[in-house]
Design a protein around this ligand. Structure first.
Ligand code: KIV
Length: 291
């Protein structure tokens, strides 16, 4: 395609634009980063342009999160998001990343109702996200999900697990609140995390878990990098919802969010500042952003 043919009236994503050189982010590379102690910087993304900019800014992993239910669709929770919608947004992100010859690792979120009924249903849903271009799928919960994770991993699907505050079960949890505060809850989280690693999960999101507990779980999981959100700075990496870290919101944000647009002259610079802060350990600050 000539450059003129590739030009579009909207947006400025060039066809096959080169990125600053970096090796593609792969599963072995993420595990190697965990072992070396290099923090993993992850953001959510839902569309082509923001995904390309995040890749350009050096973000390691993009999560096409079902948080799109809130930030793109205006829903009160993630519960109403469908598999078809997740596949659509995953395709958008993948297209944007490919346009800039991207190197970022892309994770597709399995939405509520797409993996709970049976392991076979989980496999069909995970296959749909992988065919949309995801490199890995994410699902929420411990307990019964452990055998589902094993089933998917045995069939060649890299899996990211998600413990602590699991937004798809917000109604059962009684609201968006810190998880693992009591010693029983903390023990259960430790047990689930170890069992998920044993089942083959190669990444684990820990959401709104006390910082000391998240750091402790991280130490127990050498083969499964933990990615914290509201869980302190002792995890192997961090994730934020993109809109939150760009300060795009009306009203109050959770305490674990920092607005990286403050002091930045572009979205790309804000994302690059986030990557730097995660990698050098200045974000999150346990005194400000954790419990
Ligand atoms: O859906 C999402 O964006 C997530 C992150 C908040 C971890 O699950």
């Amino acid at each position: 395609m000539t450059e003129a043919a590739a030009r579009t009236p909207y947006g400025t994503l060039p066809a096959a634009a080169p990125l600053p050189p970096r090796k593609p982010v792969s599963l072995p590379r993420l595990l190697e980063m965990r072992q070396r102690g290099e923090k993993i910087a992850m953001l959510t993304a839902y569309d082509a342009t923001f995904a390309a900019v995040a890749d350009h800014a050096g973000v390691d992993c993009l999560l096409v999160g079902d948080s799109l239910g809130m930030v793109c669709q205006g829903r009160p929770s993630t519960v109403g998001v469908t598999l078809e919608e997740m596949c659509y947004h995953t395709e958008c992100v993948v297209r944007g990343v490919r346009r800039v010859q991207g190197t970022v690792w892309i994770i597709g979120d399995l939405p509520f109702g797409s993996y709970q009924t049976s392991r076979e249903e989980a496999m069909r849903s995970a296959a749909a996200l992988m065919q949309a271009g995801a490199h890995m799928v994410k699902l929420e919960g411990g307990g019964w999900t452990i055998e589902t994770v094993r089933f998917l991993v045995e069939r060649g699907i890299p899996v990211c697990a998600h413990l602590g505050l699991t937004p798809q079960t917000v109604h059962a949890l009684g609201g968006y609140r810190v998880q693992g505060r009591s010693s029983e809850q903390a023990e259960q989280l430790r047990r689930d995390a170890l069992a998920l690693q044993d089942a083959g999960a190669t990444m684990l999101v820990l959401e709104m878990v006390p910082a000391a507990l998240a750091a402790d779980i991280t130490q127990q999981l050498p083969r499964c990098p933990t990615i914290g959100i509201g869980s302190g700075n002792g995890t192997a990496g961090q994730v934020l919802v993109m809109h939150d870290m760009l300060g795009i919101h009306l009203g109050k944000t959770p305490k674990f969010v920092h607005n990286f647009m403050e002091g930045a002259s572009s979205v790309r610079d804000a994302m690059a500042a986030y990557v730097t802060a995660v990698k050098n350990g200045t974000f999150p600050d346990n005194a400000l952003h954790a419990w």
